[in-house]
Design a protein around this ligand. Structure first.
Ligand code: NAD
Ligand code: 89V
Length: 390
């Protein structure tokens, strides 16, 4: 049995239920849930009772004063990430923060720099690349089955009702790129390499949404590869395959295509090899979310192993900063109608991040365009009655 590690989960809302289940499954690897925290006392208490966690809090500062977690897992919404991560990192506590890492690249840089300066482990819970079919594609690419891909498509298209489980998404001024774009851009980087520039068009198909719900991006990768990277919550397609991501990759030796329902085809030397790459439906999971739920367990297990072996996670803060830079470039491209190079953006965010990292959260400059989601909207939805975790 591995050494024990005390884990605290901050935020006990909709998606945290998956994290709590996954940490409970990792008890066999020494994980002990020691405390949970949510500003909504009912949610913190309910999570503590359901997952047999000995202590619950409604204030992260109090938790940090009383507990000594070996790992903190922040599963609150984006507007709280920067403030919370700066607190946990200042205490020297290894930290995981849910996606999107920050609201903008300045946030991401401030957190990345703070962790680097303090020498504290910081990972982003970017789980899509840990989904079973996408893990399989990574493995095939590492084996060089199709050679280095020079073209790819990463596609997430649905109009599944995500708003019942995540009503706050309708109020996000940065909507689908921050919510789904982070996943598909991360996959494009993972499969085709670092990105040189991004072109993007956005659409708002659902009039009730404040922000864009559709993004079509084209990326030029540093190695010359090109990818089409798309995500929408407004595609009226049947069957709706939520929450599946479809992949196409073409390399010098062949192609890999992930079709709907996890059917994977590997085309090499004039032959097609077919695999069914579905994930196990874990004992606490249910279709269609099982593919995401199993990836939460895989992501947590990967991050825990990285922490224990003293290495950065594959989805470290530094790595996810590069994914978020693609998203920032996509927003800027949609605004300007031009291709946006990543390098100057990353350099700019680096210096801005340094200055902001020193400032207290209250003293932070207001983001002019696009605006951050109104605090009221977040509060209102967080107080809603307990929702299904599916
Ligand atoms: P939610 O609103 O249901 O849950 C957030 C919880 O955080 C609420 O219970 C709220 O009371 C609590 N909270 C707010 N401020 C807090 C604070 N200062 N201290 C402690 N608790 C606080 O939101 P959600 O849908 O669970 O989303 C949480 C995060 O998970 C978001 O960043 C979202 O993007 C992400 N998410 C990821 C996936 C994925 O597949 N990776 C899927 C869904 C959501
Ligand atoms: O946050 C997310 O990743 C979600 C999804 C529905 C894909 O889980 O919105």
């Amino acid at each position: 049995m591995a050494d024990k590690i005390g884990v605290s989960v901050v935020g006990c809302g909709f998606f945290a239920q998956n994290h709590l289940n996954a940490w409970r499954d990792l008890a066999k690897d020494g994980v002990e849930l020691i405390a949970v925290c949510d500003i909504d006392a009912a949610k913190a208490k309910a999570a503590a009772e359901k997952f047999k966690v000995p202590r619950w809090y409604t204030d992260l500062d109090v938790l940090l004063a009383k507990e000594k977690p070996g790992l903190i897992d922040i599963v609150t919404r984006v507007e709280t990430h920067r403030e919370q991560v700066l607190k946990t990192v200042a205490k020297g506590i290894p930290t995981i923060v849910q996606k999107p890492f920050g609201f903008d690249l300045g946030d991401c840089r401030a957190m990345t720099l703070a962790a680097k300066k303090a020498g504290v482990f910081l990972a982003v819970h970017e789980n899509f690349r840990f989904q079973a079919p996408l893990r399989r594609i990574t493995e095939l690419l590492r084996q060089g089955v199709i050679g280095t891909p020079s073209w790819g498509r990463v596609s997430f298209r649905t109009d599944y009702d995500i708003y019942t489980g995540q009503p706050y998404l309708l109020n996000e001024t940065r909507f689908v790129i921050n919510d789904l774009g982070v996943h598909v851009c991360d996959l494009a980087r993972a499969f085709l390499g670092e990105v040189e520039h991004v072109t993007c068009e956005t659409q708002r198909r659902n009039p009730k949404a404040k922000g864009e719900d559709t993004a079509t991006m084209m990326m030029k990768h540093v190695n010359g590869a090109v990818s089409m990277v798309e995500c929408t919550y407004g595609a009226h397609r049947l069957p709706d395959i939520f929450p599946q991501t479809l992949i196409e990759l073409e390399g010098p030796k062949g192609a890999i295509i992930l079709y709907k329902n996890f059917d994977l085809e590997i085309m090499v030397g004039g032959k097609i090899t077919k695999e069914h790459a579905d994930a196990e439906v874990l004992h606490w999971a249910a279709r269609p979310w099982h593919i995401i739920q199993e990836s939460v367990l895989a992501t947590n297990a990967h991050i825990l192993n990285a922490l224990r072996s003293g290495k950065p996670a594959d989805v470290s803060a530094e790595d996810n900063f590069k994914t978020f830079a693609c998203c920032e470039a996509a927003y800027k491209s949609a605004e300007s109608g031009k291709a946006v190079a990543l390098e100057p953006l990353q350099a700019k965010a680096k210096s801005a991040g340094k200055a902001k990292a020193k400032a207290k959260p209250k003293a932070r400059a207001k983001v002019k365009s696009p605006k951050r989601p109104a605090k009221k909207a977040g509060k209102k939805s967080s107080k809603k009655a307990a929702r299904s975790k599916k």
